[in-house]
Structures are given as C-alpha cells and as structure tokens.
Design a protein around this ligand. Sequence first.
Ligand code: NAD
Length: 497
Amino acid sequence: MSEKVPLFIDGECRQSSASEWLDVTNPATNEIIGSVPVTLEIEMQRAIESAVQAQKDWKDVPISERARVMLRYQHLLKKNHDDIAELLSKETGKTLADAKGDVWRGIEVVEQAANIASNMMGETVENVATDIDGYSIVQPLGVCCGITPFNFPAMIPLWMFPIAIAAGNSFILKPSEQVPLTSILLAELFQQAGAPSGVLQVIHGTKPQVDYLLEHPDIKAISFVGSVPTAQYIYQVGTQHHKRVQAFAGAKNHMVIMPDANKAQVISNLVGSSVGAAGQRCMAISVAVFVGSSKQWIAELKVEMAKIKPGSKEDPEAAYGPLISHQAKQRVLSFIEEGKQAGAVCELDGSHCKVDGYPNGNWVGPTLFSGVTTDMSIYQQEIFGPVLVCLEVETLEEALELVNRNPYGNGTSIFTASGAAARKYQHEVLVGQVGINVPIPVPLPFFSFTGWRGSFYGDLHAYGKQAVRFYTETKTVTSRWFDDDIPDGPNLTIQLK
Ligand code: NAD
C-alpha cells in the first residue's frame, strides 16, 4: 500500500500541502510504496522558525538533562530496533541483517551523545596575569541541518542530529527523497524520548529544498553525506553563505594484498567487503591491488564470488539486496560494459542477474574484473555497485603510490603477515581510515569518521570529539575579581546558608 510520507514539524507528523510528490519505490520490485512531498517554502520556513524558537530554551536545559534524553532515545531505538530495520529494509531493499547493522551503528552514536558533558568541557588556565584567570566555555551554534544519502537511512542521520542536539542545538534533517520513511520513525521515537517539540524537524525534497537551507540565515551549520558533485556544490554554496560545512563524499577504496597475506582470509574478506550491501557502501572495497602476480588469487576469488547470491529481504539466504533504483542499476551496467570495451577481463559478469519471484528488481550480480589499468573508467569512477576491479603492482611502494594518486581518500586496507609492511602502509597512505588485516575499518563513534582528500570537504569530521567541535563555538573568558569583593565573615555565613 502506498503511503504519503509526512513532514515532522514542531514535534509532530504533518501532512504537507505540496502539489508535487515523488514516488518512493521498493527496489526489489519497483512497486511504489509511498510518495514524498516536495516541501513548500512556507513549510520549510515554519520548520526553521520552530527550530529557532525551540533552540532558545533547549540550550539552557542542563546538560545532564539533555544527555538523559539521549539515554532514553538509545533505549527506545534498541526496543524498536527490529521495526526500524524492517522499514529501512523495505525502502532500501537491504537484507534484514544489513538493515539491523545500519540501525545498530546509529545507536552507537546516540550512546556517545549521552556522554556529551565530557566532550563539551572547556579549558582553564589560572593566573594568566596576577589574580586573573583565563578559561574557555563551549556553546551550541543554534540551528544546524543535515542532508543525507540513500544508503544508510538510519546510521547517517544518527551520525548527525544526536550529537548536534545533545550539544544544545536544534536540527533540521532533509533525508534522501529515495528513503524518507526511516527518518520519520527516528524523529517520532526521538519525540517519545522526551525531546522538546521543535528540537528536531524533518523536511523532504531535492535541490530546491537543500538550496533553501544552504541560503537561510538562521541555519548555522550543514552536515552533508552523499556523492562528490553534490558534496562540492553544498560545500561551495554553504560556505559562500558563511555557514560551517562538513561534506562527506564518494569513495574508491583500495585493498592492498601482499604476497604473504593469509589467502583464505583475503578471499573471504574481499568478497564480503566488495559486494556486501550490493557495493552501496562508502567504505566498500572496490579495488584490489595485488603486490606480485594476481593469478593465484583471481581464480579462487572468482569461485567464491560466484557463490554469492543477491535476493529480497524475505530471503534469509540472500547475501545482499537490489540496487536502490532502476537508474542506479543502469549506471552500474554501463560501467561493466565500459570495462569490457576498455579491455579489462570480465572474470564474472553480474549484468544479467535474475532473482526468482522478483523479475522487476534492480539486481546486479557479483562482478569481477582483472587486468584493470588506471586509465579505465571502472578504476577511476565510483561505481557504487557489486563490482570489484583488480590491479597488479610490483612492490608495496608502487601500491602506496597508486592509492595516493587516486583522488579519493575515504578508506583502505592492507592484508599482510608483515608488521613492517603494515606499519609503513599505515604511516604513508593518504587515506583517512585504514584497516590492517580487516577489510573495512569500522567506523566507531569514539573516533571520528575521517575521510580525506576527494572524499571529504571541510575540516571537522562526523561524530567523536570532532563533531562536538563542529556543532559548537568556543568562548574564551578572562576573569578578575578584586579582593574588596570578598564579603566579611558573617556575610559569608549568610550566603552559604
Ligand atoms: P546524492 O548526492 O545523490 O544525494 C545525497 C543528498 O543530497 C540527498 O538528500 C539528495 O536529495 C541531495 N541532493 C542530490 N542532488 C542534489 C543537488 N544537486 N543539490 C542539492 N542537494 C542534492 O547521493 P546518494 O546517491 O543519495 O548517495 C550515494 C553517495 O553517497 C555515494 O557517492 C557514496 O559514496 C556517498 N556516501 C558517502 C559517505 C561518506 O561518509 N563519505 C557515506 C555514505 C554515502
């Protein structure tokens, strides 16, 4: 059944008066499961005004009370974990296991937000001059906003609003129009956790709605996650309008395999990290770089990848789900065709993948290319599908040069038995998140999510201590009290009563 997705304004779900609505589809069937409004300017203005008003009181709520809202929210998210995963799976096509992981990674950030006080401490230096002390206090910015992609509808909004709101801001979320349902459920649960009305708002739409947020004087900071062109645009326009911007972009993550690496571990990790979630993860491994000959690896890799089957969320055996849309599937198929035309060896071709009972789904099977060179589009572009491309180099130095020449810098990993090789790689690679004998460096909320170079525009990253700095301003105080101010004994006693 198709449902009209509401806005979440002023603490409640509201039906938009928009005249334009976009279809939300189930990627496994391409059936329409909902429609999402292209929010009207007057509705966005209302959301912003409500967020401004709510923030005035919220910033003065004691910090431990703000933290307790996050504790209650964490409890509610855990209690409703399966329902959120079910909904998320419906709109993304993710397998239930993947969908549960998406929710769980978000819950971990809410746990960190509950620890906000220790991350918002200022600093003090006594006696910066005679009888004068200097100290800093950390204060929220005001109204912040988040613009999020389709591929993690729970985790990525939860990277943003819990930290921003715990720090004393209010927040406006504009989720991907392809997956708007999960955000509304997240907002409803936040309200149930005791958040005051207006502290979190959810609006829907596309570029015009994002432009409105980028240009609005009451929005102080913008968190964005999505593709490179959108990240560049949002960073440019947001900073032109004097806002703080952090924009997380696309990726092309390389795994370097040294000749001494454990073969079984490499093969199983490469398969999982390249085709898991249909390759629609910004931390997916999409390039395997073999130091020495790749021949001995490719044959086995092909056998293992061929065993992997996509399927619907109802199929417990499915390793991954469909691509998000018909257009996304066509894009991936074009890359596969370009790879073949460019002379790469297509060892395994997922272009004609079929899933029983789901003839209209956006399926692409695991696809493996060997003999890839750096001038090919399948190496240069982010494919965002279940496609792994393999290259060979002679030495670790060459592997490092290759990875560092690639414009992206989100994640990378090295598989080796040599501590020295791993240490050299970790030290010299120009990528923000490094795995050593783990395929995907797992984003954990006590560290920040630290993509580098073409994978990130801005300076302070998501969650961890950096997010608290991103969503706050530091004020420094110089303070002097004169001796004459000290009350005499009896007065002091009265005060202490
Ligand atoms: P996208 O850029 O198409 O959309 C992201 C958001 O931006 C959506 O909310 C969308 O409505 C909005 N948007 C799209 N075009 C816009 C425009 N011209 N102007 C203003 N707003 C616009 O990205 P997507 O396809 O939803 O997500 C996939 C991309 O996200 C991949 O490139 C992936 O690597 C990246 N991603 C990066 C990270 C990271 O942490 N670096 C994490 C997840 C996903």
